[in-house]
Write a protein that binds this ligand. Structure first.
Ligand SMILES: Cc1cc2nc3c(=O)[nH]c(=O)nc-3n(C[C@H](O)[C@H](O)[C@H](O)COP(=O)(O)OP(=O)(O)OC[C@H]3O[C@@H](n4cnc5c(N)ncnc54)[C@H](O)[C@@H]3O)c2cc1C
Length: 389
């Protein structure tokens, strides 16, 4: 494509989904433009934090399990291509203290899919990770081949690969015309063969009727915080990446001096994604400290950093991946609902193929649809109900 020419595909939004959609489209031979208001992997976007978990466990949801498998392979390939370690293989440990139904389904489905997983007794887990306390834990489900992705770095690496492979990244803000195609900041149409809107938590403002608060596939940005603690003995090799659904909290080992990360699954009300608070909400800090039950060193560990983050969630917890109802050349991809980062490569490939008419987006049910959403196993995050105020 000549500079200023009409690209086969325009992608709006350079978070993990948009950047990977653009990269995958380029790899299909299409000319691609990515328009991004900030910069790919900017810290004040959903994809711009230091880290995000990549796991295969998705309960009964074998579709998302298969996307995670494909995505993990693509993340590793991207890391090798750019000469950076984007994926860090810490293993992911599920501390099972509740009914274990979710983890039991995950284990069964992982074994069927050939994904390595192990059941550890509490004593085995305590021997491996001395920083852990086993109170209320029945057993630990370990995914030894999973871990975390260096999130902002991963998006920046995908953007670099996109440029090197001939894609164009433009700094700017697009808005949708009535038919869903894009307008630039002066209100002039941006011509493109097809357009994908991957604007994360900004999607509801851009498309209030399709994904606004009252829409069936509503995306509601709520506030979540990640707290980074200065806790000795909780770094890489000392603890795994972990999830405790009983405590409703997860964590990632300290690495590169960021601190031991703890993420309470707790909504602190609504979030305007264009205004980012600096400090963590006291409710999140309290929740993060409460996981001293599992990691006693966190009870009085100093906080090194905290990050607010918008959780662009749908009510069902399922993503939004669909064609604009009035314009088949326009696609919406968003509503990551706290579990979308890892799937960037797989989602990007499917959306790119569909938007470029290489393959229709064939899904087993309508769980990701804009309208008449139905079907599919319950989401990994469950029905999210109303946000906490
Ligand atoms: C606290 C927290 C923890 C999470 N943990 C995990 C996890 O462990 N594992 C996991 O897989 N997922 C996790 N997630 C979810 C994951 O981070 C998101 O699903 C994913 O990052 C969303 O990516 P995105 O590309 O859709 O959105 P974003 O990353 O927000 O990207 C949207 C982009 O669009 C741009 N943009 C917006 N409007 C416009 C416009 N009009 N014109 C041009 N550009 C525009 C923005 O600047 C931004 O760069 C977590 C989320 C949160 C909040």
């Amino acid at each position: 494509m000549k500079k200023g020419g009409t690209p086969d595909l325009l992608v709006v939004g350079g978070g993990v989904w948009g950047t990977w959609t653009a990269l995958q489209a380029r790899r299909l031979g299409a000319s691609v433009q990515l328009i991004e208001e900030r910069e790919p992997g900017h810290p004040q976007t959903t994809s711009g934090d230091h880290s995000r978990i990549i796991r295969h466990s998705h309960g009964e949801d074998t579709l998302l399990l298969s996307w995670a498998q494909r995505s993990l392979a693509a993340w590793k390939e991207l890391g090798a291509q750019v000469g950076e370690e984007i994926f860090v293989n810490t293993g992911v440990a599920w501390f099972v203290s509740g009914t274990g139904v979710w983890e039991g389904s995950s284990e069964l489905r992982m074994r069927e899919a050939g994904v390595p997983c192990e059941r550890l007794t509490v004593d085995e887990a305590l021997r491996r990770w001395p920083a852990v306390a086993g109170d209320h834990v029945r057993y630990v489900l370990l995914e030894p081949t999973a871990g975390f992705l260096r999130a902002g770095d991963g998006v920046r690496a995908a953007a670099r690969a996109l440029r090197e492979e001939g894609g164009e990244i433009i700094r700017g803000r697009a808005t949708p015309a009535a038919d869903g195609t894009a307008l630039d900041e002066s209100g002039a149409p941006i011509s493109a063969g097809a357009t994908v809107w991957a604007a994360g938590p900004w999607l509801p403002t851009l498309f209030p009727a399709l994904v606004g608060a009252d829409a069936e596939a509503s995306i509601v940005p709520t506030r979540r915080d990640a707290i980074y603690f200065d806790a000795p003995g909780m770094g890489l090799g000392e603890i795994p990446t972990w999830i405790d659904e009983g405590l409703a909290v997860w964590g990632i080992p300290d690495e590169r001096g960021h601190g031991t990360k703890v993420g309470p699954e707790f909504d602190n009300g609504s979030f305007n994604p264009s205004e980012w608070p600096d400090a963590a909400h006291p409710g999140s800090i309290e929740r993060a400290r409460s996981c001293a039950v599992r990691f006693p060193r966190l009870s009085d560990a100093p906080i090194r950093e905290s990050r607010a983050c918008q959780h662009e969630r749908t009510k069902s917890g399922h993503y939004v991946l669909d064609q604009h109802p009035d314009n088949p050349q326009v696609w919406l991809a968003g509503g990551g609902s706290g579990h979308g980062y890892k799937q960037g490569p797989a989602v990007g490939e499917m959306v790119a193929r569909a938007a470029l008419h290489r393959d229709p987006l064939v899904l087993p049910d309508r769980r990701f649809a804009l309208r008449n959403r139905a079907g599919g196993p319950s989401s990994p995050m469950g029905d999210m109900g109303e946000p906490n105020s």
